[in-house]
Design a binder for this molecule. Structure first.
Ligand code: SF4
Ligand code: MG
Length: 336
């Protein structure tokens, strides 16, 4: 399997009046061609800031990648460290436009208000699929249909403001998928959509992946969706990765008390409310407790947990857990 992305020692900090917010704090992971890595955790756990860091879209000047952070993208013909590119540089924009695509929750930031949605999708199609204007228009209409927008022949000539929020979201998804990206980051892409449209879009993403071997990083708080599309899962809490494993291991052999808490609160199919899965709340990121950040909410907290941050233990080749309990179970310490 070819590696697409390698993130090492990623620290994305925000310098605020209240203190330093460690939004992403020493995160390591990799993503391979053709796989879907699901990233889960409650709001504020660092999922979105991890994806923004990869796309080089961390809000400046407050947000900053700390020295030592590395994000290597294994592109079509070269390896680039994204942390060395300036956010607005030609290289970064070309990466974002050509090989990497993203779908965020807020569609207005990626749709240009002065162009029709059709012309924006057509532009993406022409750029990436090398077809004529007429063919590109047909493909765009088909794409608009595939993301579940009714009357695509009419919608293609409308402007973003003429569409409802949910339709804009779908138009943005159509645009991102039209680029046939090598690497797609989807950050809660379907949270605002109804379950039928959501299922349609997940199918579409999987078709794209099958056809182009796309690597997908799928960020969500919805474990149903994770179960449906992820190959591997990374669980985040307070800016740190607390557990990584194959999707089966996460569902049938979870180790971290936080992962277990998330799993025991899976909402019923079709219930889209974000519920508080575990008692207590995510601690204030400027006043983190000593030791394990989850200790104040953890039913298994031991003395050592309140004293020392647990290292990451490897349970097996593809399962690692940041919890002292896993040391007792014989996990081997991962020196990184
Ligand atoms: Fe709970 Fe301790 Fe594990 Fe933290 S290290 S999750 S407090 S058992
Ligand atoms: Mg859902």
């Amino acid at each position: 399997k070819k590696k697409i992305l390698e993130v090492k020692n990623l620290r994305t900090y925000f310098y605020t009046h209240e203190g330093v917010v460690k939004a992403v704090d020493d995160v390591d992971f990799e993503i391979y061609e053709g796989e879907t890595l699901g990233v889960v955790g409650e709001s504020g756990c660092g999922k979105s800031m991890t994806s923004k860091s990869i796309m080089n879209l961390v809000p400046k000047p407050k947000g900053k990648l700390e020295p030592g952070s590395s994000i290597k993208y294994y592109g079509l013909d070269e390896v680039v460290d994204i942390t060395s590119l300036s956010p607005r540089s030609k290289e970064m924009r070309s990466l974002r436009g050509n090989e990497m695509a993203m779908i965020f929750q807020e569609p207005m930031t990626s749709l240009n208000p002065v162009y029709t949605i059709g012309s924006q999708i057509i532009e993406a199609v022409r750029l990436h699929q090398g077809v004529s204007k007429e063919e590109a228009r047909e493909i765009a209409i088909e794409m608009i249909r595939k993301v579940g927008i009714p009357a695509p022949e009419k919608r293609v000539d409308e402007y973003p403001f003429e569409l409802s929020g949910g339709m804009r979201q779908r138009a943005m998804i159509a645009m991102a998928l039209s680029c046939n990206p090598k690497f797609l980051i989807a950050d809660e892409p379907t949270t605002a959509l109804d379950v039928t449209v959501e299922a349609q879009i997940l199918d579409l993403m999987q078709d794209l992946q099958d056809e182009f071997n796309t690597a997908i990083m799928f960020i969500t708080h919805d474990l149903d969706v994770i179960g449906e599309i992820a190959d591997r899962v990374m669980v985040m809490y307070t800016g740190k990765v607390v557990e990584t494993a194959s999707v089966d291991e996460i569902f049938y052999n979870p180790k971290h008390p936080y992962t277990k808490g998330l799993l025991s609160s899976i909402p019923k199919i079709g219930n889209k409310e974000e519920l508080v899965p575990i008692e207590g709340t995510v601690p204030n990121l400027t006043e983190l407790p000593k030791g394990c950040y989850f200790a104040p909410r953890c039913p298994h907290a031991m003395d050592i947990c309140r004293e020392k941050m647990p290292p990451t233990f490897d349970i097996n080749e593809e399962h690692s857990v940041k919890c002292w309990l896993s040391e007792k179970e014989g996990g081997s310490m991962n020196e990184e």
